[in-house]
Design a protein around this ligand. Structure first.
Ligand code: HEC
Ligand code: HEC
Ligand code: HEC
Ligand code: HEC
Length: 404
């Protein structure tokens, strides 16, 4: 299914221009996204990451399973985790006589995007729990599953495993469903956690349809979702990149650590209030077709991934406390290059790529000089990157002369 993702293939042009907006003041509307998870999957296999890492249990077990590891982390936070495990990898790679795997910036973006992307998908829901939600949320008052000639049957949703088509159907019929519910005095159902995935699993198990073939869906595309976010008028109330406005809250954090079914639940819960507000302002209800809701969900999910605004002052402190200054100090007759002269530090991904490439030499020097290996937590890599970039830009605007 990942092979079909060429639409996402945008990284070449984008890595640079997107990540250029490092400081808050410079942050610009994002054009398209770097990192192609389908390409990342190939790199993951080609570079033997799967010898030690699995996705949902498929692969090696020496390292953590990426279906769960690093959940809710942005691109640069994941780059930090990736960096932290260099010493362990250097030792393994050397003891087995392998070569140090190198990446281009685009490949690193792809592979991190893949590690991020796999967490968007739900593990299959629990049909027993789903049957309970179906009753408790009163779906059973108006719908049937597995009954001949039942009222408003939902059996045809059984050809899907992923809950997204069901969520889209609910969304599209939302206004009518809500009108009927109000008329009948039923309370509107609210979804938490993975309840939508559970209901989907229940429909799949209990359905009366004979043809049990699974209809595979195209993998969701965040770039298309971004266009839909504007086309469906979500931007009437939310900022184009998910930021808050006078009419709607910031949605960048709303999808943190959530999967498709959870995000679909949030959207549904939000639909009543949204619908009222839209009617009041003369905006028509946004209907979704085909993969549109999935794409929109992927867009919401990726909002946090590309967060790149770093804090230069925090970065300057980290440069010293992480020990970079000790080796990369300009005045020392040192083998470590002056980072302000390095084009690599101009983008966060460039920095991560260069550090990865030079890790074995850095590692040897750290061993010789008994220095601690720098590790990153939270947004430290992002902030450090913002600082190094500011140094390089300063040097640049001063003409790059030797005595600046
Ligand atoms: C020889 C085994 C081995 C190989 C090969 C390997 N890793 Fe790892 N990886 C580990 C181990 C062990 C850990 C956890 C311990 C650590 O952080 O050092 C880890 C941790 C990670 C983490 C941090 C996860 C977290 O939540 O902390 C990332 C990201 C990662 N690896 C990415 C990769 C990628 C990408 C590749 C392929 C280029 C790769 N690894 C190849 C063994 C390996
Ligand atoms: C008060 C009655 C009522 C309740 C309660 C209700 N629905 Fe509906 N639902 C409807 C009606 C009526 C339609 C059809 C609207 C139409 O035909 O446009 C519908 C349509 C749907 C559709 C689209 C059906 C299709 O053929 O594509 C889905 C999916 C759906 N409902 C799921 C649910 C789920 C899941 C629940 C429980 C959380 C639920 N509904 C609760 C009345 C209800
Ligand atoms: C008319 C204004 C308006 C429009 C249009 C609108 N929203 Fe919202 N949105 C809000 C408001 C107000 C809230 C906070 C209250 C709520 O959750 O219902 C919100 C909240 C959200 C949340 C956060 C929910 C949570 O659980 O934290 C998400 C996600 C969201 N909107 C997505 C969308 C999407 C996607 C669209 C387009 C299909 C959209 N919104 C269109 C006003 C709007
Ligand atoms: C123990 C000494 C040491 C420490 C500590 C150290 N480095 Fe290095 N670094 C080196 C050496 C040596 C090289 C050159 C390696 C080579 O030539 O392959 C290097 C290379 C690099 C490069 C590649 C430069 C280029 O132009 O391609 C980057 C980027 C880098 N280091 C960043 C950092 C950052 C950021 C830190 C702090 C988190 C850090 N280094 C900490 C020794 C160190």
């Amino acid at each position: 299914m990942m092979q079909a993702m060429s639409r996402l293939n945008a990284q070449a042009i984008l890595v640079g221009c997107l990540l250029a907006g490092v400081r808050a003041a410079e942050a610009q509307p994002v054009e398209l996204y770097p990192g192609n998870p389908a390409a990342g999957r190939r790199v993951f296999v080609d570079r033997d990451c799967d010898r030690c890492h699995a996705i949902w249990g498929n692969g090696g077990t020496l390292g953590p399973d990426f279906a769960t590891a690093g959940a809710g982390r942005s691109l640069l936070q994941l780059a930090g985790l990736f960096w932290n495990h260099t010493p362990g990898m250097i030792e393994t790679v050397r003891s087995r006589g392998y070569e140090w795997p190198k990446f281009t910036e685009a490949e690193l973006a792809d592979i991190i995007s893949y590690i991020y992307y796999v967490k968007l998908f739900d593990a299959p829901g629990d049909p027993e729990a789903g049957e309970r939600w179906f009753r408790e949320k009163r779906c059973a008052d108006c719908h049937t599953v597995g009954e001949r000639g039942g009222e408003n049957p939902l059996d045809h949703y059984a050809s899907y495993v992923a809950p997204i088509v069901l969520a889209e159907g609910m969304w599209n019929h939302g206004p009518e469903m809500q009108a009927q519910q109000t008329r009948r005095g039923l309370s509107l159902p609210i979804f938490v956690a993975r309840e939508v995935a559970d209901i989907q699993a229940y429909i799949r198990e209990a359905s009366s349809i004979r043809d049990r073939r699974i209809e595979l869906l195209e993998p969701p595309d965040p770039n298309r979702g971004r266009q839909l976010f504007a086309a469906k008028r979500c931007t009437a109330c939310h900022g184009a990149a998910g930021e808050g406005t006078d009419y709607g809250p910031d949605v960048r954090m709303a999808t943190q650590r959530l999967t498709v079914s959870e995000i679909a639940g949030r959207l549904w819960n939000h639909s009543t209030l949204m619908w009222q507000a839209m009617r009041a302002r003369g905006i028509s209800f946004p209907y979704f077709e085909g993969s549109e809701m999935a794409d929109l969900i992927a867009f919401l999910y990726y909002l946090r991934f590309y967060e790149t605004e770093g804090d230069v002052r925090v970065g300057a402190r980290l440069y010293v406390t992480k020990g970079c200054a000790a080796c990369h100090g300009r005045d020392q007759a040192s083998e470590a290059p002056d980072l302000a002269d390095s084009g690599a530090v101009l983008s966060p991904l460039g920095l991560a790529t260069a550090m990865w490439e030079h890790a074995p030499a850095m590692f040897d020097m750290a061993e010789q000089e008994h220095r601690e290996w720098p590790r990153f937590e939270g947004d430290e890599m992002r902030d450090l990157s913002a600082y190094l970039r500011s140094l390089a830009l300063e040097r640049d605007s001063a003409g790059g002369g030797p005595d600046e």
